[in-house]
Design a protein. Structure first.
Length: 153
């Protein structure tokens, strides 16, 4: 085709991502009621995001067998079927341990996924987005920050 018109590719401007500062992280983490299953689950999700930088889709695919609390890492199944080991800190290990103990009450070894709903079904990536968008005014700020960080699409 000789009369084919070719348009130049438009480059997207590069944006700098600002990380959350320590007081913002503390505000996020202190906003949960970790005495309840849902509060502890959501707290654990945020701790994992902050500690590891994993993607939302990767988090929703985590299974119990992907978590190694003794060695301090999580096996993450990433894009393009590329798996990687991601280290986790002591406080996140403790948090995961507490969550897994509480999770055992919701699900008695029937669901292999790490994060479950109240009914014991897998928490999808979309469900995580919905949960965090429903939070009160502090979450308006946090969700915007997580979107900027690339945690939410």
């Amino acid at each position: 085709m000789k009369n084919e018109i070719r348009l130049p590719k438009v480059k997207q401007p590069h944006t700098t991502i600002s990380p959350l500062n320590p007081s913002q992280m503390k505000a996020i983490l202190h906003s949960f009621d970790t005495k309840t299953y849902l509060g502890l689950r959501n707290y654990t999700i945020v701790r994992l995001f902050l500690d590891t930088g994993i993607r939302l889709s990767e988090l929703s695919q985590l299974q119990l067998t992907d978590v190694n609390l003794e060695e301090g890492f999580v096996l993450v199944h990433g894009k393009g079927a590329k798996d990687r080991y991601v280290p986790i800190g002591r406080s996140t290990i403790k948090c995961l341990w507490n969550y897994i103990k509480k999770r055992a009450v919701i699900d008695v070894d029937t669901n292999s996924y790490l994060f479950l709903t109240r009914r014991g079904t897998r928490l999808s990536a979309r469900s995580v987005q919905i949960v965090f968008r429903r939070r009160d005014s502090i979450w308006n700020y946090i969700v915007v920050g997580l979107i900027i960080l690339g945690v939410f699409p």
